[in-house]
Design a protein around this ligand. Sequence first.
Ligand code: ATP
Ligand code: MG
Length: 339
Amino acid sequence: MGADLKVIGNADQDAQVECQIRDLTVTFTTDSGEFPALNHVNLDIIKSKITAIVGESGSGKSTLGLAILNGVAFPGKVTEGSVDFAEHGNVLKLRGKALRHFRGPVVGTVFQASQNAMNPLARVGKQILDLGRSHHYKDPRKLLHEAENLARRMAMDPSRVLTAYPHQLSGGMRQRMGIIMALVLKPKVLLLDEPTTALDLLTQSAVLEIIRSIHRERHLTTILITHDMGVVAEISDYIVVMYAGRVVEQGSTHETLRDPRHPYTRAILRAIPRLTGDLNRARPLEGSPPDLTQIPATGCVFRSRCSYRVPQCDLVAPILESVDTGHFVACHQEGLIRD
Ligand SMILES: Nc1ncnc2c1ncn2[C@@H]1O[C@H](COP(=O)(O)OP(=O)(O)OP(=O)(O)O)[C@@H](O)[C@H]1O
Ligand SMILES: [Mg+2]
């Protein structure tokens, strides 16, 4: 399977695809009807690189993360599309043992708010051993040794954190433990959903640096879900901007931050002062984040907040098109958008 995954339009000639997502559509059934949380998402996740997935609250980032793990649960449902991993095929078809082997040993995951998801009744070290056992890990001592090393790298005392119960750790420590549990089985893909939100800025920066160095050492493919553009700029190689369940822009982080083409990407970049360094130029993004029940079925999903809106935006949803090698944008007016 792996050899079939070809990179389309990447500026980096050596880039290989780890995960290829095609037409991925996830709907949630609610009392008021069925709504697409992901709408025909097409995406190549590049091997051994860090891909950041960004967008406001409700844009579908966590749903995309879950779908990558074949973990969308009721009332959500994958209604269309595929998620192909090199060597594993379409993971949406995996069941039972094959799916258990995929989650954890192949893709290590930190779920959003996972600092609150540990078992409160078991010591952290025991939870790591249980994790190893559930994946038939042969050598428990080696596993603990690996966890101790990672704890040390994350500036925590292993003898303390591994013998503690989760409530004896701070939120930031639990969040770092979550990252350790994702890494301890030595997966080849790391999927992190808002992994540093409970950390203060200094610790966040240190933890991101550690994630980046482990990513490099182990040649991981890392998918980082975040709403924080500062984090994106600091750590990622590629960026995927989502709005209302659609990918509106994607490209290399360098190129996309240097020359953002979608009005939404430009708006979120303008809204943060710390990238430009000029507080007076920071302008908050107007309007409310997308509400699944209010997303129009036709036309561009961003148009109600867009100052470049033209009649065509009401009628036709723009498709993701190449504006430069490896840089894709879904906007009818892209050519006109310049400061
Ligand atoms: N279990 C559910 N039932 C109904 N709707 C859901 C459910 N889970 C998610 N949704 C909806 O799907 C959309 C996408 O949600 P998702 O959690 O993927 O967004 P997100 O980008 O991760 O947001 P955040 O930044 O707040 O984490 C939202 O409109 C949300 O309300
Ligand atoms: Mg989320």
